[in-house]
Design a protein around this ligand. Structure first.
Ligand code: FAD
Length: 503
């Protein structure tokens, strides 16, 4: 029986970003332990979006030995320092949610308490002046070179924007070079052990069967194995995050690529702009209960900066997650495991953290319920914390100009999030929960950016004499300004290190 034995053969169903990311890691890191086989259907194709990332992707690439400049060249990549949120708090307002630190702590007291104490002084009013990423993003500069920041070394923390189709091809080449066997064909049936329910093989339209001990379901929204065969069930989170469609369209570049993503809130959703070397990716995520597909398409087309390079494409989704990410001998990754809208570019990260957990708990001697339970526990927590962070953007808003925004303000939010917001509003305290992907700096920027204003700050910030506080903030401000002024422009940095061939 498959459930009793060693895991020798892993079958990955699906060749989108999830499938090839998984194949790349398993083949690279477990080459002598398991054989990896991937099945994909050219006829069905891939979702083909997913072009903005967060810095954790660098750790994953590093573990696979991927050279960052080669990767950028192959995917028409640009550097990403964060996301600019326009019209989210109110029409005409904008703020940045950047990666990396904001300021630096003094002893045990987080930086933002000193800033909260000093912000009435006009010289220190702007929190983002103490954030190297924000200053670099604002002036269109980028560098990977570390710089001295007081007693610490500062860096601008970065992630990437890339072309999703080129990324899938890049991963496929990498995984196939590492020994992954690939079968092209449409799966028409899933065979299961009648006693255990474990999946034993998948049957292709051609009649061929691909059998395995462990199956990774990367089949996209359809969840061919996790749902189609195992009926795992889905937790619907659309009462918190009701956007259920997106129009996506690429455009010609009109200016040098910004080193950040833009997220522009509209009447019933928001629009992304993702700058690449050869084009810009655009999309409008919207809620069909408040705006029709035609209206949403028009909003997108009226808010493009460059000439469209294709017809807009509609994608439908339902926010939520599978009841179990790992069920019997099937682990679901990518869109097959659940969906959170791309507001904070977290989906590719969720694939990578799922693969990392699977590797940490790898059931090479046979699947044990304790491993499955732990995997599901960790994935659930991570999904929920990201969900809450996304809800924060919608709920903490001053917008009342449409029914969509009025309803988001009025909705009941998850208790954990309500508690976090209340703690911050009271005296600026931020707690980072277990499995919370987002750092204190992220929560700080988005809570302040969305208009939550703490009534106080930690008393330890008052320990510093007034003159010392002003000196500390002025020094930090000028060190960051000097470091950023010395950086090349984003455009020049790409030209010098990772320019892609013109398509
Ligand atoms: C509008 C939108 C915007 C997004 N933006 C971002 C972003 O900016 N950043 C981010 O991190 N993520 C983003 N995502 C998520 C990201 O696109 C996905 O996480 C990523 O592309 C992984 O997709 P996938 O591989 O799970 O599924 P897919 O790309 O759909 O791949 C599914 C695979 O399964 C195969 N398959 C399916 N059925 C069968 C069958 N019967 N037989 C054989 N093969 C089959 C298909 O051929 C395909 O190879 C976005 C998603 C959406 C919808």
């Amino acid at each position: 029986m498959a459930d009793a034995g060693r895991i020798r053969r892993v079958v990955i169903v699906g060749g989108g970003t999830a499938g090839w990311l998984t194949a790349a890691a398993l083949s690279h890191l477990l080459a002598r332990i398991v054989e990896v086989h991937l099945v994909e259907s050219d006829e069905i194709g891939i979702v083909g979006v997913g072009e903005a990332t967060i810095p954790q992707i660098r750790t994953y690439n590093g573990a696979l030995g991927i050279d960052e400049n080669a990767f950028m060249q192959a995917t028409q990549g640009t550097f990403k320092l964060g996301i600019a949120f326009l019209n989210w708090r109110r029409l005409g307002h904008s703020y940045l949610h950047t990666f990396g630190d904001t300021g630096m702590p003094l002893g045990r007291t987080p930086f933002h308490h000193y800033w909260l104490r000093a912000r009435a002084d006009a010289r220190f009013a702007d929190l983002w002046a103490f954030n190297p990423n924000a200053r670099a993003a604002g002036s269109g500069r980028f560098s990977r070179t570390p710089f001295a920041m007081g007693s610490r070394t500062g860096v601008v923390a970065h992630a990437f924007h890339f072309d999703a189709a080129l990324y899938a091809g890049f991963l496929r080449n990498f995984a196939q070079a590492a020994g992954v066997a690939r079968t092209e064909g449409k799966i028409v049936a899933v065979n299961q052990n009648p006693e255990s329910g474990f999946v034993t093989s998948v049957r292709l339209e051609s009649g061929d069967e691909v059998s395995g001990d462990l199956f990774i379901d990367c089949s996209g929204f359809r969840g061919l194995l996790i749902e189609g065969a195992l009926k795992t069930g889905y937790q619907d989170w659309s009462h918190w995050l009701p956007c259920d469609r997106a129009w996506a369209v690429p455009t010609r570049n009109v200016a040098p690529a910004r080193p950040y993503t833009q997220s522009i809130a509209h009447t019933a959703g928001w629009q992304w702009r993702i700058p690449l070397q050869h084009r810009t990716g655009n999309g409008h995520v919207f809620c069909s209960a408040y705006v029709s597909e035609d209206e949403a398409r028009e909003t997108l087309m009226n808010n493009l900066e460059g000439e469209p390079l294709a017809e807009p494409r509609l994608i439908r989704f339902l926010t939520g997650r599978r009841n179990r990410f790992w069920n019997r001998n099937v682990v679901a990754l990518g869109l097959a495991s659940g969906f959170l809208e791309p507001l904070e570019s977290t989906s590719i990260h969720l694939i990578q953290s799922g693969v990392s957990r699977l590797l940490a708990l790898f059931p090479h001697t046979g699947i044990d319920p304790a491993q499955v339970e732990e995997y599901n526990r960790q994935c659930s927590l991570e999904f929920e914390r990201i969900r809450d962070f996304i809800i924060l953007h919608y709920h903490a808003t001053e917008r009342t100009d449409s029914a969509f925004w009025r309803d988001r303000r009025a909705m009941t939010i998850p208790e954990v999030l309500a508690h976090k917001m209340a703690l911050f509003a009271a005296n600026g305290v931020i707690y980072r929960d277990q499995e919370d992907l987002f750092t204190e700096s992220s929560w700080l920027q988005v809570m302040l950016g969305q208009g939550i204003d703490p009534r106080g700050y930690h008393p330890m910030a008052d320990q510093l004499p007034e003159g010392d506080l002003a000196g500390f903030l002025s020094d930090l401000n000028s060190v960051i300004a000097r470091a950023v002024d010395a950086m090349p422009t984003h455009e020049d940095y790409i030209a010098a290190h990772c320019a892609a061939a013109k398509p």
